[in-house]
Design a protein around this ligand. Structure first.
Ligand SMILES: NC(=O)c1ccc[n+]([C@@H]2O[C@H](COP(=O)([O-])OP(=O)(O)OC[C@H]3O[C@@H](n4cnc5c(N)ncnc54)[C@H](OP(=O)(O)O)[C@@H]3O)[C@@H](O)[C@H]2O)c1
Length: 503
């Protein structure tokens, strides 16, 4: 059993991520009995707070954002282990004082010098903080472990990612760098490998002989909210495709690993990313659709256009929507298009993967009843978690008619099932020293290489940034992208695919 004893040092302890995700995750791990006996949290921020003031703010954050309601007795025990330390990220004296403080806590909590340094800060501070930790001898990994957790985005292109990685590697060995893609902590992502590799039903047909196309979509109804300045520099391609969507694709397309060790799994994922066919200036218009939300209605309420959002340029051409047709050039997937779609202010909020299977030869029923609906396997990721299978069956009755029906396994519908948040699993894994659900450098490198090919292909043009009304499924061109291949987006809901009756 790994020694999980540690002090978790959160840089950006007063930030949004800490309040909404990290503190609630720590609380839930505590109530589930998953925190080590020897443990403390030190939140680092530049505000003038005492430990007590910070604990009160932390309580408020947990009460607002935790999946479980707060239990006062449990909270008061945990709160005693939460500390606040004031320091600016650049301030030498601040690190000296932080180091002395952590050393003292080591004695009180028997944490032996083990550290999780969580950088919940804007990316421009990653290098500064890592450099300061090195300069103050706080990342030695000598007779103890000291790990760093890096939030996304890891760079904004291959060049900047390389630079950042180079800087981090001067301080931490790759095995001590935990690059977060919080999607990997989601229950259903961990389930993809189980569904594929623990079922004789699926794996034998998981290839280009039986699969027509794969659709991966992360649809959001929210707009850019208060992140306009970040989003203007990122856009949907960098923000979502480089990270979450390519991670989903690699799990769906990977070969079975030789075993379940971290590196065996990551080796297979990286092979998929390396097999992605680059998009060029010649192919970009046929393979990528980008758009930006205009004004419209979401959930019946009027919303403004992206260009009217705070901290967004009124003539911005940043894409808030992107749909892509991607090819994985290997023997398993040759000829199978993978369609990816993500956007803000769309008609519905959901993340899912739809596998569309090939039709049987049009012989028996086809002659009588015309084309049948294809078999679909849907992996729901959020907010619904589960698996859905559509197949054809005879409608009961005297008349012979064939209709698509479905079986639906919903993992988080039952009241008793309160799935852990992704950050709970990820924090737990960092303390255990298991980096399977974090991205290795070569995964980041290959995904940026692919994304950069699109950015380069777009260079010098923006006439293809299509405005779509908020509350719709994006630009019509995204439908055309599939239509010209004879496919359509499957906007499956738990009730089925729009328009058909169930048994
Ligand atoms: N928020 C999310 O849900 C989310 C989701 C995914 C990824 N992320 C990533 O997580 C990271 C943090 O995001 P966030 O939304 O939490 O940002 P945020 O709310 O702006 O928080 C930034 C934190 O850094 C502190 N800070 C900034 N400059 C500092 C300085 N010079 N010295 C000391 N402290 C300083 C801020 O202190 P003050 O409170 O004093 O300003 C605050 O605690 C980013 O890399 C972001 O991309 C966030």
């Amino acid at each position: 059993m790994a020694d999980m004893s540690c002090i978790m040092v959160i840089f950006g302890g007063t930030g949004d991520l800490t309040r909404r995700k990290l503190l609630p995750a720590i609380y839930n791990l505590y109530t589930d009995g998953l925190l080590p006996e020897n443990f403390a949290v030190v939140a680092v921020g530049r505000r003038d707070y005492s430990h007590e003031v910070y604990r009160n703010l932390a309580r408020e954050a947990v009460a607002n954002f935790s999946r479980k309601s707060i239990d006062d007795e449990k909270w008061s025990v945990l709160a005693q282990r939460i500390y606040y330390k004031k320091s600016e990220f650049h301030d030498d004296q601040g690190y000296r004082s932080l180091k002395a403080f952590l050393d003292r806590l080591d004695t009180n909590y028997h944490t032996g010098g083990n550290r999780v340094y969580y950088l919940a800060v804007a990316p421009e501070y990653f290098e500064v903080i890592a450099g300061q930790l090195y300069a103050h001898d706080m990342a030695k990994n000598d007779k103890c472990w000291q790990r760093v957790v890096i939030e996304k985005p890891f760079g904004r292109d291959l060049k900047s990612a390389h630079y950042l990685n180079h800087k981090l590697s001067q301080v931490f060995d790759e095995s001590h760098i935990y690059r977060i893609d919080h999607y990997l902590g989601k229950e259903m992502l961990q389930n993809i490998m189980v569904i594929r590799f623990a079922n004789g039903l699926f794996e034998p047909i998981w290839n280009n002989r039986y699969i027509d196309n794969v659709q991966i979509s992360i649809d959001e109804t929210v707009g850019v909210e208060n992140r306009g300045d970040y989003y203007e520099r990122a856009g949907a391609l960098r923000d979502m495709v480089q990270s979450h969507m390519l991670q989903l694709l690699s799990l769906i397309a990977m070969e079975p690993p030789v075993d379940l060790t971290t590196d065996s799994i990551r080796d297979e994922k990286v092979k998929v990313l390396k097999s992605l066919r680059s998009i060029t200036r010649e192919t970009v218009m046929d393979s990528v659709v980008r758009g930006q939300y205009g004004k419209g209605f979401v959930d019946g309420k009027p919303v403004v256009a992206y260009r009217q959002e705070e901290r967004v340029s009124p003539d911005s051409n940043t894409e808030t929507f992107v749909a892509l047709k991607v090819h994985v050039d290997n023997f398993r997937w040759a000829g199978v298009p993978f369609y990816l779609r993500t956007g803000k202010r769309l008609a519905d909020r959901s993340a899912k993967i739809v596998i569309q299977f090939k039709q049987l030869p049009g012989i028996l029923y086809f002659k009588e009843y015309g084309p049948l609906e294809p078999n679909l396997l849907v992996i729901w990721i959020q907010p619904r978690e589960g698996v859905y299978l559509q197949f054809n069956a005879k409608k009961p009755g005297q008349k012979y008619s064939i209709i698509p029906v479905h079986m639906d396994f919903c993992q988080n519908c039952a009241l008793y099932n309160n799935s852990p948040e992704a950050y709970e699993r990820l924090l737990y894994d960092v303390m255990r020293g298991d980096s399977t659900l974090f991205t290795r450098w070569d995964e980041i490198e290959s995904s940026w290489r692919f994304v950069d090919s699109i950015v380069e292909a777009w260079h010098g043009r923006n006439d293809d940034v299509l405005i779509y009304p908020s509350g719709t499924w994006g630009p019509e061109a995204a439908n055309e992208l599939l239509k010209k291949d004879g496919f359509k987006w499957w906007n499956v809901t738990p009730q089925g695919v729009g328009g058909h009756t169930d048994l």
